[in-house]
Design a binder for this molecule. Sequence first.
Ligand SMILES: Cc1cc2nc3c(=O)[nH]c(=O)nc-3n(C[C@H](O)[C@H](O)[C@H](O)COP(=O)(O)OP(=O)(O)OC[C@H]3O[C@@H](n4cnc5c(N)ncnc54)[C@H](O)[C@@H]3O)c2cc1C
Length: 407
Amino acid sequence: MTAAPHPSVVIIGGGIGGLFAANALIGQGLHVSVYEQASMLGEIGAGVFLTPNAVRHLERVGLGRAVEKWGARVGPASSYFRHDGTPIAPVQVSDASGWNAAFGMHRADLVELLAANLPAGVVRTGHRAVGFEQSSDRAAVAFANGTTAEADVVVAADGIHSELRPHVYPPSTPVFHGTVSYRGLVARERLPSWPMDRWQMWAGPSRHFLVFPVRHGTMVNYVGFVPADEEMKESWSAPGDPDVLRRAFEGWDDRVRDLLLQVDQTFRWALYDREPLPTWTRGRLTLLGDAAHPMLPHLGQGANQAIEDGMALAVILAQAAPSALPASLLAYERLRRERVADIQRGARQNGLRVDSTDADLSARDAQLAAHAEFRKRLYSYDVVPEARAAAAALSGEVSSVTGPSLT
Ligand SMILES: Cc1cc2nc3c(=O)[nH]c(=O)nc-3n(C[C@H](O)[C@H](O)[C@H](O)COP(=O)(O)OP(=O)(O)OC[C@H]3O[C@@H](n4cnc5c(N)ncnc54)[C@H](O)[C@@H]3O)c2cc1C
């Protein structure tokens, strides 16, 4: 049997989701172009926490060493505390087999290493998608600069405000969760005794504060979550007032106070998500990452799930016959949608749990301790075998799936 020609794929959005998907699809032999609205790729100065369920895919696209180099691996000293510093429980950072692949990363470093791993010319900046149309055998995206791009498949990885999502499902309103987060980075030399081998969170009534290292331990990333009654634009980078942040955590553990004393600049970010979508796909167009499933950050899974999406899509499309592309996109959606919806809902629940306002916090603390089992399962999941099975089921060749090695 001769192999079917690999389809061409246009990805809209050069964020973590779009760039990882490009790496995974190219690794599977597909023809890929990424179109990003910004004039250059980049990210704001903040951290992102990578967990084993995504790091295994970064390794598969050849980025394991880069993640080791630029990330900051955190280990078993990671811990939850009460707001006053009383230890609650260790934080699970390895999967069920004990594999420890949890890394704090600077977001800009992650974007840069994903982009640097792509062949020249794959990413085209300065292209803001403004329109989409498709026929039975082609899909096309129109850009604000007057150009268009055609492909067999279009992947909208254009974030929570996705321009292309309404071509899949009618527009919905993002849900505000009454919380604002303050986040930023502090140089290690300003906190010389800060332990750089751990992820730490202080959980107080109605708010919490978390810290992990990034950029091979040269910077400390912090995020403080506080209640807010005013909605604000879903901007990730509105400037915040460091004094307001300090006041929000006044009287907390000395370690939190000492870190906050070193904060000169902070960014405010209001917490929004969306209800899980009933579908991600229409014909030759599918959604990926925050475009498909914007979630609260309380399980630290938005980027990690976007990476799982990209790997699943690549494995399935690599096996797809030209006539089966829409069916293959539906297979990708079937594989991903419920898992991610569970995580979207779980992130809401975990936020409520951590920010509990109960007078007696012992039940909350017990749940945080028990959370390790959930994390082990989350981190042990490998989407590749399931994607292969889904692809094989589509082609009716369950027993003879081949493709580039993904050990
Ligand atoms: C404070 C904070 C902390 C977080 N921490 C974590 C964490 O620890 N772990 C984790 O897993 N996740 C975390 N997340 C979530 C994670 O960052 C997101 O889920 C992830 O970045 C989503 O990636 P994406 O590529 O889908 O979307 P985005 O990062 O939003 O990228 C979308 C891209 O599309 C481009 N774009 C938009 N519209 C268009 C258009 N019309 N045409 C062309 N291009 C367009 C944008 O410019 C952007 O580059 C955090 C998020 C925040 C805000």
